[in-house]
Design a protein around this ligand. Structure first.
Ligand code: P6P
Length: 336
């Protein structure tokens, strides 16, 4: 039975007893978690809060921004800019990095986030979430630039997400396994409800947008075709499929019961490596999944080993139950 301790106690223990994180990082994670509580309140208001629908603008990805995308982005910026832990922030919703204003002290950490992932689900009341990643500024030169953010996912010092679903759950890793905290709305506090989370190495459940099947590369076609052949096919077992179209919800299910999530390359836009973003979707989710005993690749390489060339670059993603990720990735490597 998991000890029902608060997020604060969990982080203090990670800092004081396990020496895993310094005070500045602990404080940063507390602030991010508090910001997620504020976002959860806005999300839960829905139509009553006038927060649904489009904001009438586009983000750097050329996607229509929902009102809640912008609200969530502003909540994270305002909550984190004054604390002194950060040098700068980067967001799916902002073209360039946000440098902490001179009126506040600058720290050594870099915070990246997708403030509200799965926006297409907002107006239809399906789970959405916030994804975040923490890096440390490596250069000693004063100031901060986009170049400081361009570090491989293996350099992350913390990562997490908050899923706004039937429960509001914060999932976090500081490199010492994965812990889950459920929001106690009566207390207004995050309570540890699972720690040492482990993803089963095998699964019978895959998550992919099947409507794109005809556009995938052959190794991806092969992997899914074998799953669909079921117990009479080469896999010798039947598979189930889930697709929420909200990465946070799909990844959370995989953390809870196993599975493999895929968003592969698509021949309709051959120059694009994939749909998902490396820095604030694939990297944080890859860190969390690996810390839970799973795996995350782009079909050929470990996601966390990829050297980013630009802040908003995209990547193909296969992540989840280790043996399935390995099988699908082996098919990609065999195909060259
Ligand atoms: P599709 C949400 O927009 C997102 O970035 C991920 O959260 C999700 O897994 C994917 O896109 C869904 O994409 O093409 O199925 O709508």
């Amino acid at each position: 039975m998991t000890r029902r301790i608060s997020l604060t106690q969990y982080l203090v223990e990670e800092q004081r007893e396990r020496g895993r994180i310094p005070a500045q990082l602990r404080l940063l994670l507390e602030v991010v978690a508090r910001a997620c509580k504020s976002i959860a309140i806005s999300v839960n208001k829905g139509a009553l809060g006038g927060v649904l629908g489009s904001a009438g603008s586009e983000n750097v990805q050329g996607e229509v921004q929902k009102k809640l995308d912008i609200i969530a982005n502003e909540v994270l910026i305002e909550a984190n800019e004054w604390g002194g832990a950060l040098a700068a922030m980067a967001s799916e919703e902002m073209d360039s990095i946000y440098v902490v204003p001179n009126r506040y002290p600058q720290g050594e950490y870099l915070l990246l986030f997708d403030p509200l992932d799965g926006s297409s689900n907002i107006d239809v009341n399906v789970s959405i979430g916030t994804i975040f990643s923490v890096l440390k500024k490596q250069s000693d030169t004063p100031g901060v630039s986009t170049q400081d953010f361009l570090q491989p996912g293996s350099a992350q010092v913390a990562a997490g997400y908050c899923v706004y679903g039937p429960q509001t759950t914060l999932v976090l890793t500081v490199g010492d396994g994965v812990a889950m905290f459920t929001l106690d709305r009566e207390q207004g506090s995050w309570v540890l409800t699972a720690d040492e989370v482990r993803i089963p190495e095998d699964t019978k459940e895959f998550a992919v947008n099947m409507s794109n099947q005809r556009h995938w590369a052959p190794p991806m076609q092969r992997y899914i075709d074998e799953c669909l052949q079921g117990k009479d096919g080469p896999r010798g077992k039947d598979f189930n499929m889930r697709w929420v179209a909200s990465m946070v919800a799909d990844v959370h299910r995989i953390l809870c019961r196993g599975g493999v999530f895929m968003y592969p390359w698509d021949k309709r836009e051959p120059a694009k490596a994939g749909k998902l973003r490396l820095m604030y979707e694939a990297n944080p989710m890859g860190f969390i999944v690996e810390q839970a005993g799973g795996a995350a690749t782009n079909g050929k390489q470990r996601v966390l080993d990829l050297q980013p060339g630009q802040l908003h670059e995209r990547v193909s993603v296969i992540l989840g139950s280790k043996n399935e990720v390995e099988r699908a990735s082996a098919y990609h490597r065999e195909a060259g």
